[in-house]
Design a protein around this ligand. Structure first.
Ligand SMILES: Cc1cc2nc3c(=O)[nH]c(=O)nc-3n(C[C@H](O)[C@H](O)[C@H](O)COP(=O)(O)O)c2cc1C
Length: 185
């Protein structure tokens, strides 16, 4: 896929199945993440790849525990729902902004750089025929989840990038009118 086709046709896929990217395809996705704009060269990102049933189930356990911490009286159904969330794709990449104090690079710029990496990885996956969706949800900010990934207080989970092979076709949607969003100064 050429670059302009990628940039102008990319879409997210919520329904994902096997196979997940692996081998060379995964290496290119990783490479794309490490190529994003990065003020000060701080490399303020960490990525945790969760793939395979065991690892996905362990992430599900983390979400299930987080659900209980958020709402101790949660129903068994909601508890189980939290546990199942990571199983919506064969791979989830936990995308973390590892924030350090810097005189010229405020925390929000470090978070933005990590967010660029999420988008870059989704695009790299899409360009190679895989599907993905960037999700956050309440668990991205939940303390137990953050502790499970050894985050410090200032660090942020900027997204859970679900990757795999898209089950559904491209959405049929109308393009936004550029004039509503762009003007000349
Ligand atoms: C920071 C961020 C967080 C998001 N979190 C969620 C989420 O938790 N759940 C969800 O269904 N979509 C979430 N989305 C939206 C999807 O990633 C996706 O953009 C949306 O479904 C529209 O699809 P499109 O990318 O094809 O336009 C999030 C997007 C961003 C940028």
């Amino acid at each position: 896929m050429d670059a302009m086709t990628l940039l102008t046709t990319r879409y997210s896929s919520a329904r994902l199945t096997e196979p997940a990217p692996e081998g060379e395809a995964l290496q290119l996705i990783i490479k794309a993440a490490l190529q994003v704009p990065d003020h000060g060269g701080l490399k303020p990102w960490r990525f945790v790849i969760v793939t395979g049933k065991d690892a996905l189930n362990r992430l599900g356990d983390v979400f299930a525990e987080a659900a209980i911490e958020d709402a101790p009286g949660i129903s068994a159904e909601m508890h189980e729902r939290a546990r199942q969330l990571p199983l919506r794709a064969p791979m989830v990449i936990v995308c973390i902004a590892k924030v350090t104090e810097h005189a010229k690079v405020p925390a929000h710029e470090q978070v933005q750089s990590a967010a660029c990496a999420v988008m870059a990885m989704q695009q790299a996956a899409f360009a190679q025929g895989f599907g993905g969706i960037w999700r956050t949800g309440s668990y991205a900010q939940q303390d137990f989840v953050k502790q499970s990934f050894d985050l410090n207080e200032d660090d942020e989970i900027v997204g859970f990038l679900y990757l795999g092979t898209a089950v559904s076709q491209a959405p049929n949607r109308t393009e936004p009118d550029p004039e509503q969003f762009f003007s000349y100064f």
